[in-house]
Design a protein around this ligand. Sequence first.
Ligand SMILES: [Zn+2]
Length: 260
Amino acid sequence: MGDVPATIVFFHAHPDDETIATGGTMARAHHEGHRVVVVFATRGELGEVDPGVLDESEPLGDRRAIESQRAAAVLGAARVVFLGYRDSGMAGEDSNHAEGSFAGADLEEAATRLAAVLREEDADVLTVYDDWGTYGHPDHIKVHRVGVRAAQLGGTPRVYGATVSRQALRTVITNLRDALPDAPDPDELDLGVDEGPITTFVDVTAYLRQKRASMAAHATQIAPESFFLATTDDQFRAVFGTEWFIRLDHTPTERETWIL
Ligand SMILES: [Zn+2]
């Protein structure tokens, strides 16, 4: 695709997923002159939030929609779309089956909603997640399924699944644990995939200022003292300097370093 401006749609389950999984790629695409659109399946209504963060009777989904707009501004996204489903909660919870939940949504109906955006935008690239949603959350798995189908319906030629390299994460976290006692235990992290199927290793070290600022915009979910934001710049670079993707559109792909 080279230097021709493209449109890339980043499809995510909940506000803040876009910054953590693909924020550097979004910022880089914008910086290189491409149109960046982010679509959320839900407003993350069931996220955990510390007492006192929300105003009295303020719905979390409303605040998270505002946070999404702020993060999008930092990352250079031209448009934020909500498909209008509800957060399904973690695997096994009753909310998975609640009325309007994304996990319980009809696949074809949800894909049709996303395909309408892909057509409107004449999208060149769509990103979703790997087929287990990186960590098994039902809404993330559904993003994969709905996204792959929507790309077929919408005629979007390039599809990538955002993922995490299990090996890279284990190495980084093991190295950081002495300095950051709050870092998760790599043996307990059931996150990401083996590196074999990963096709695309995007170096986002030039965009970490935007990535960190966009995470901070999601203040209900990522507190300033959290592991993500309490890191030094060097530590942040070690954890977040690469974003990983698996090409999903059945185009044979050698190991590559960019998605456009
Ligand atoms: Zn999520």
